[in-house]
Design a protein around this ligand. Sequence first.
Ligand SMILES: C[S@@+](CC[C@H](N)C(=O)[O-])C[C@H]1O[C@@H](n2cnc3c(N)ncnc32)[C@H](O)[C@@H]1O
Length: 229
Amino acid sequence: MPSPPDSTRVRRPVSVRRFRAVDDAPGSIAVAGFVRAALPSAPARVLEVGAGAGELAEALTQAGYDVLAIDPAAQTPHVRAVPLHELEVSAASFDAAVAVVSLHHLEPLEESCRRLSELVRPGGVLVIDEFDVARFDERAARWLIDARGESLAVEHRDPEVLIAELRHHLHTLDDIRKALDERFTVGEPVRGPYLYRWGVPAGLREPEEELIATGGLPATGARLVGRRR
Ligand SMILES: C[S@@+](CC[C@H](N)C(=O)[O-])C[C@H]1O[C@@H](n2cnc3c(N)ncnc32)[C@H](O)[C@@H]1O
C-alpha cells in the first residue's frame, strides 16, 4: 500500500516514539507497554533490577522517571554495576521497582528480595516480567531449538540438556514469589508467550500464541504486579 501524502501521514504517538530505544528486539514494545501501564505516573523514582544494556531504563528516563538501573554485568555508564543484594542506597527511596526477566537470576534469592523490599517504600509498586522455567518442557525446548537454529550453541540443541541446564541455573516463578512474599503482596501471574523474545527471528509471537491457545506449547511467560506492604 502506498504511503499517504505527508499532510495526512499518521504520526506515532509521543509515548511510542519515546520507547524507540527498546523497539528493536521482538516483544520489547509489549514489555515497555506493560511496564508503563503498571508504574505510577511520572515523575517517580524507579529502580530497575537487571537492566542489561539499559534500553528500558533510558526510555523510562526519557518519559520523565528518575531511574536507577543496576546490573552486575553492566557495561554501560548509565547502568550501575552492582548486584541487588549489595546495592547501597537509602531505605524506602524508590516509588517502584521493575524487573524484566532478571529475578530468576538473583543470587542469593532470599537476601536479594529482602533488600528489594527495603529499597521500595511501603505502598510502592513492583513490576515483574518473567520467564517461568518450571513450565519450560520438552515441547517448549523443541520449539525454541527449531526457531533458534544455529544461533543456539550446539550443546544446547538437545531438549533434555537444555531443560536440565535451565532448571539448574534459574529460579522458578514459585520460588521467586515465595521470596517476595514476606513484604510484597504480589498479584496472580498473567501467563503468556515468552519464547518469541528469546533470540529467535522476528514474527514468531503469533505462532507461539496460537500453539499456547491450542495446547501445543506451555505459556512460559508471566507478568505480575505487586505492592510493598
Ligand atoms: C536475561 S537478562 C535481562 C536483561 C534486561 N532486563 C532485558 O530484558 O534485556 C537478566 C539480567 O539480570 C542480571 N542479573 C543477574 N543477577 C543479578 C543480580 N543479583 N542483581 C541484579 N541483576 C542481576 C544479569 O546480569 C542480566 O543482565
